[in-house]
Design a binder for this molecule. Structure first.
Ligand code: HEC
Ligand code: HEC
Length: 359
């Protein structure tokens, strides 16, 4: 079954980087198609009454329900929030046992997200793009185990493991920019950053500061669908806040607010594409909204990194004809908002990007 690192680790410049969101995964097809094959394979090695098969069956029954409901339109984006919603709706929130009938209505649409870098978590006081995850972070992370645990007695058993995993995640640092940085340009860029960006994204270098702001949708103006969907679903929030995961001594809650966290920008050079839905392929496009491609396609087979614009090289097909093309006119895939770089001149913008490489 998929573990944390299938989504939370990836390769860049031929190096495996733990904590880097995996933007190569393809959730655009039904993820349950291999289940029948897996089922046969496991039964060929293990008895149907074996512990191994019992464990597999939990995952199988969950994926059969989840997979058809969580197909994305495009390769690279992630449906994990939808997984969470479906898993919650099929589990009793006290015993965590699987129930075949969903207790919550599940909306058909799948709102895509990027996968946030793990090394940012140590600065944050709330988890997830919308800041909905509050309280004990280990417990919130553990909710992803609903895919495979049997019931709350399993959950008790892995509770202490999650404190260790949390400690591990807290220890991860961002990868350093590997090519040369123009120091003069970066110095100018720092001044531009202090004037235009620091109030939301914090300061870097020695004694860094981070304001932990959730920016209201009316200010940030990025795609609103993630806020509307998934975790903002009130029955999901109720399910969680009265569940096993909300219980002391490691209580966690979901608290819904209408905005997006202004994330720390450590290692930002490595985490393209940008915004919570991965709708903008490069930093230069993010900082100049008129230049953002409405329809774009990157190479998923060979790493084509654009060191000047900082992000993925891409083509701009006239329309979306395959699952590797990102169409920003689709629901949840919008690339609007975050207009804070628009007023900069060309040279100011390139100095700012040079500075961002150093974070
Ligand atoms: C199917 C892909 C997938 C798997 C598997 C997965 N995650 Fe995630 N994870 C995501 C996505 C996508 C988000 C962002 C969701 C959001 O913010 O709306 C996320 C968010 C997080 C965050 C919050 C980061 C932040 O800065 O807010 C943490 C921590 C995390 N995951 C830890 C884990 C751990 C630990 C596991 C394994 C037990 C795990 N994840 C398994 C996709 C995944
Ligand atoms: C008013 C607060 C605010 C200001 C000012 C601001 N940002 Fe942001 N920034 C945000 C928020 C909120 C997000 C997340 C939006 C989303 O994902 O929908 C964000 C996202 C980003 C991202 C993408 C992060 C990622 O991992 O995808 C980058 C890069 C960024 N900002 C850089 C800048 C720079 C450079 C400036 C200055 C020119 C700036 N921001 C000014 C609030 C702000």
């Amino acid at each position: 079954m998929p573990n944390c690192l299938s989504c939370h680790a990836s390769y860049l410049e031929n190096k495996l980087i733990i904590g880097l969101g995996n933007t190569l995964l393809d959730f655009s097809s039904d993820q349950s198609i291999n289940l029948q094959f897996l089922n046969k394979l496991i039964l060929s090695r293990h008895d149907s009454s074996s512990l191994a098969y019992k464990d597999f069956k939990i995952y199988k029954q969950a994926l059969e329900v989840i997979a058809p409901l969580s197909k994305t339109n495009t390769q690279g984006v992630n449906p994990a929030d939808k997984y969470a919603l479906i898993l919650a709706s099929h589990r009793n929130n006290e015993s965590l046992e699987w129930q075949s009938k969903a207790s919550v209505d599940i909306d058909k649409s799948v709102i895509p997200t990027d996968v946030p870098a793990w090394w940012l978590l140590k600065k944050k006081n709330a988890m997830f793009y919308t800041g909905v995850g509050r309280g004990d972070f280990s417990r919130l992370m553990m909710a992803s185990s609903l895919l495979s645990l049997n019931d709350s007695s399993d959950a008790h058993q892995i509770d202490s493991e999650f404190a260790n995993m949390y400690a591990f995640i807290m220890s991860i640092d961002p990868p350093k920019y590997s090519k040369t940085i123009d120091q003069t340009a970066a110095k100018n860029g720092k001044i531009i950053f202090e004037k235009n960006c620091q109030q939301c994204h914090g300061t870097y270098g020695n004694n860094p500061t981070y304001p932990n702001l959730l920016i209201p949708l009316e200010t940030i103006k990025t795609d609103p669908e993630l806020i509307k969907a998934n975790f903002s679903n009130s029955s999901m929030v109720d399910w969680y806040n009265k569940s096993w995961f909300a219980r002391p001594p490691f209580a966690s809650q979901l608290v819904v607010q209408k905005g997006y966290i202004a994330p720390p920008l450590d290692g930002i050079w490595a985490t393209a594409p940008y915004l919570h839905n991965g709708s903008v392929p490069t930093l230069e496009d993010l900082l100049n909204s008129s230049q953002r491609p409405p329809i774009w396609k990157r190479n998923f087979n060979i790493e084509e990194y654009d060191a000047r614009k900082v992000g993925w090289k891409y083509h701009t097909p006239a329309s979306k004809t395959d699952t590797q093309t990102y169409d920003t006119s689709q629901k949840g895939y919008g690339n609007q908002g975050h207009y804070f770089g628009d007023g900069l001149s060309l040279s100011q913008r390139s100095d700012l990007i040079e500075y961002l490489k150093s974070l």
